[in-house]
Design a protein around this ligand. Sequence first.
Ligand SMILES: NC(=O)C1=CN([C@@H]2O[C@H](COP(=O)(O)OP(=O)(O)OC[C@H]3O[C@@H](n4cnc5c(N)ncnc54)[C@H](OP(=O)(O)O)[C@@H]3O)[C@@H](O)[C@H]2O)C=CC1
Ligand SMILES: O=C(O)CCC(=O)C(=O)O
Length: 425
Amino acid sequence: MTHPLPSYLDAQHLGPWGIYLQQVDRVTPFLGSLSRWVETLKRPKRALIVDVPIELDNGTMAHFEGYRVQHNTSRGPGKGGVRFHQDVTLSEVMALSAWMSVKNAAVNLPFGGAKGGIRVDPKTLSRGELERLTRRYTSEIGIVIGPTKDIPAPDVNTNEQIMAWMMDTYSMNEGATASGVVTGKPLALGGSLGRREATGRGVFTVGQEAARHIGLDLKGARIAVQGFGNVGGIAGKLFAQAGSRVVAVQDHGGSIYRESGLDVPALLAHVAEHGCVRGFAGAEVITDPTFWSVPCDILIPAALEQQITPENAPQIQARLVIEGANGPTTPQADDILRERGVLVVPDVLANAGGVTVSYFEWVQDFSSFFWGEDEINERLVRIMREAFAAVWHTAEQHGVSLRTATFIIACTRILQARELRGLYP
Ligand SMILES: NC(=O)C1=CN([C@@H]2O[C@H](COP(=O)(O)OP(=O)(O)OC[C@H]3O[C@@H](n4cnc5c(N)ncnc54)[C@H](OP(=O)(O)O)[C@@H]3O)[C@@H](O)[C@H]2O)C=CC1
Ligand SMILES: O=C(O)CCC(=O)C(=O)O
């Protein structure tokens, strides 16, 4: 017997988790007999909320709320990043963990889905405070993570240094160095070549494939990017290297535009120095709402969820949207874009490059044998291309969007694993 979902698990509940549930509803008719088990996708396996108290530099105490959610582990240990952001909520982390289950299955990695986060604006913390926060959070979630249980990685506002502190804290508690407990580590601690660039490289690779399918030449193609951090910055760089023109970029600091194309290396250097695109000399400033209607061929949302909405979807000029971010497009906006003939390469496929190289890192840590960068990039590109081809074929076969096609492939794999493991009567 199935009880009604609690309100925070309800599809009508606005927010990322509600969006994820609507996506599951859309895939269910395509799951055949496996649709009997679809309820398992509609609730996380395990959700941990932790209090993270730290001493601030001024001697006072502060308490932050942290989360680690394991959505599904049918296909392997939980895998997914950790986000430090002032707007992080349990519902958001639940959705991000579920998208990890789908993503990992879509590119056929032997992982389930998990995600973590702390509700904090890390920009307000000193380095020492950030380290104490990271270590206490790791200690608190230490009861559910581990190299064969659940392996965190970087996400928004987290990086190699934070992964190093997480690895060290977990190892201290275990009494042995456990490099496989997190990925996205510095190279000197068992990190992998190519991990930092992997998500952007994956975005670029599926972009190449999608552009080829719709007859869009990347040379001279105009690109708009929202979010110029790890994902958006690297993707922008790779498109520019391929001869595309990055004409518009938006981050928290504002939006900038240059019809003939921004100088991407100079913009990356500016962001590294100043923290945002504001003040970049070689561009005109545009308003944030105008960003969505700039003339462009490819739009890459690479910031946060729910950025492409029914309000701005009708204005988008691009023929192709490649979702670098997780959950950037609401289901209603998805429908508007589809009706308008805009092709959307969904997050659960487009940004899978990061976790794919995280998988390589995890394998390298276990074998204590490290691969060369060319080998890593070749394997990454091959996996992304094969996954894209399978999704394209499934979309044509069923007459559905690339998002629903990716969900068909991934949810079938997850539910088959569930069934084979005999978790059902
Ligand atoms: N890192 C990874 O390997 C992966 C990341 N992703 C997803 O990609 C997205 C970006 O992550 P990542 O690049 O790692 O994060 P970063 O922290 O490196 O960068 C985030 C970027 O988004 C910008 N941003 C944040 N909020 C807004 C906003 N409201 N409007 C405009 N810009 C905003 C930030 O600007 P500012 O600095 O000014 O705040 C920054 O440029 C997230 O959705 C993440 O989940 C997906 C797969 C893997
Ligand atoms: O590299 C990883 O394990 C996870 C990356 C991630 O958080 C994501 O794909 O959203």
